[in-house]
Structure formats: C-alpha cells, structure tokens
Ligand binder design. Sequence first.
Ligand SMILES: Nc1ncnc2c1ncn2[C@@H]1O[C@H](COP(=O)(O)OP(=O)(O)OP(=O)(O)O)[C@@H](O)[C@H]1O
Length: 336
Amino acid sequence: MDGDLIAVQDLRVSFASDAGIARVLDGVQCAIRPGEIRGLVGESGCGKTTLARAILGILPPNAARIDSGRVTFGGRNLLDLPEARLAAEVRGREIAYIPQDPSTAFNPVFTIGTQIADLMRWKSPLARTANPPTGRARREADHARVVAMLRQVQLPNPEALLRKYPHEVSGGQRQRLMIAMALLPEPKLVIADEPTTALDVTVQAQILKLLKGLAREHNVAVLFTTHDLGAAYEICDRITVMYAGQEVEEAPVAEFFNRPSHPYTRKLLDSLPSAETGLRGIPGEIPRLIDPPPGCRFNPRCERASAVCLAQRPPPEQAGPGHVVRCHHRLTDAEA
Ligand SMILES: Nc1ncnc2c1ncn2[C@@H]1O[C@H](COP(=O)(O)OP(=O)(O)OP(=O)(O)O)[C@@H](O)[C@H]1O
C-alpha cells in the first residue's frame, strides 16, 4: 500500500533438513507504516524470527531458501539487493536489529566504547551528510552523539560505561546498550526480536517502556516479535498474529484484544492466565512444517474448520479499519 515503510508480500521460506523440507513461511503478507510499533505474535516456532531474518537478509545461507516473495523498502525489493549493498546501505543503518540475547551481540574482548566507536565508523549518520567532518572532528562528534544516546537510554555515567567490557554490565544495561546502538545510525525501522526474553520481569517492563518512548521520539517504526501478549499490549500500535508460518490476523491493538476475528487469536487470548480460569493451553499441537496441513494451517486444531479450510488458504478480508483476517469462518462480533 502507498505510504507503507516496508511491505512483505507473499513471502515463502523453506529450510532443508535431514527429515525433509520445512515450509516455514507460507505466503506471508505484512506491511508496516512509518513510525508504527508493530507486534508480531505467535507460539514458538511459528516463524517470527525467520520473518525478521528474511527482512534483514540474515537467514542461514546453507539451510534456508527464499522460494518467493518481495520485501519492498524504500522502493527496492530487499530480496533482490546484492549482499554488499544490503550490508552497506540497509542492515544496521536504515533497518536496525535488536537480538533476543544481547550477550551474544557483543565481542567479549573489546570494551563497549571500542565496539560502539566501530559501529559509528561505518554507520554514523554523519557519514551521510553532505560535508561530513573527518578525522578527530568526526570522532569527537560521533562520541558526543554516543554519550547523548546513552543518556537517552537512561544509562548513568556513560563515559565510565564506555570503558567497561560487556561482562561488566548487567543484562538490562546490555539491552539498553543494544537499543542505543540500534538507534544511533538513525534507522527508519528497528526489528526487535523478543528483546526482553532474557531479562527478568521488572526489567522487561522498563526496557519496553523505554523502547516505545524512544521509537516515538525518533519517529522510528518497530517490528517487535514476541510470544508475550502482555508485552505486545504494552507497546504496540498494531499486532499481526502468525500461526505455523502463515499470518492469520492483523488488527489495531485495542481491536485485537476486544474484537479478535480469527479463532486462533481467540484461543491465544483465552490462553492468557486469569484468576478465574487459571492457565489454559490451546488443545492440539503445532503442525510439523515438513508436511503441514493444507489450506489454513490451523484447521486441525480449529472447531470451526470445514472442507474449504483444507482446500484453500483463506484470502485476506477486511474485518474493520486496519483489521484484516484470513479465515473462512471468522468470528462474529458477538462471538469475539
Ligand atoms: N536453521 C534452521 N534450520 C532448520 N529449521 C529451522 C532453522 N531455523 C528455524 N527453523 C525452523 O523454522 C521454524 C520457525 O522458527 P522461528 O525461529 O522462525 O520461529 P519463532 O516463531 O521465532 O520461534 P521462537 O519464538 O521459539 O523464537 C521452526 O519450525 C524451526 O524449527
């Protein structure tokens, strides 16, 4: 759609393994507007990380294959862009990445300051200005940006922190550093892949609040993958639900929680623990992606499934403003 920052269209990705070919993304559609915070939710193994990695061009080269699709960003199809251009122009610059576990993102043998200086050497926004300063002037200007950004992510005493090694700071501080490093190149999109999974609950909430505040302040869009619906509720404008490699529903956050249209979304919401119901799982199992169910992949677990659900994947249908659902038997308002 016109005005989208990024549009993933009909993306199909498969992984080769000894057991056969797993069709991990099956015709995924997902478009994000500038400045929007988008949640990508679904159970473990539904393909969230694979979608994030496909956008960034960092799928494992020997195992993964892109079978079809487009990722349109800035008028280009990122899937067609040569790796050298993707690395130089897009990844870590226009699209930044915050990984699940920040401890693996740092090199343990260099100080944090050295690693951030290295990032700025390649990805500083100053390098993109008409007459960038050079030599010492550039280093000093970049350093001032780094210190200001560390203050924005609420890391106290930035100068001392830059002299530390990654193991000398806490997990929460490392994740704040990752957010700072993602924002320093002034990207248009940040892909945050389960960014708080490795942290304890109170720190998680602080980091999510920080990420949301900074994304708004810098007008950066965020693709936030999570299996935690509570976290998605806290920070997202819109939510896309994936099931076994297919996106099934997309809705503005209030609509998502109040008026879900897809039976799977309903079950996901019902599986949230509450005082009345306790913990409830979703009956049945996630399908094997080597021989997935035909049509709508949720059909074996869906009480509403009929012959058409096995014959054809439902096309996207409008269920409200900005609300799209793929279901042959979607819930009515009364059932939602
Ligand atoms: N390198 C790989 N080789 C083979 N299969 C893979 C590989 N990476 C992922 N897969 C498979 O792709 C499917 C989707 O995995 P993915 O990590 O994208 O899911 P996810 O929704 O991000 O899960 P999680 O929430 O656990 O991170 C899974 O079935 C997984 O086993």
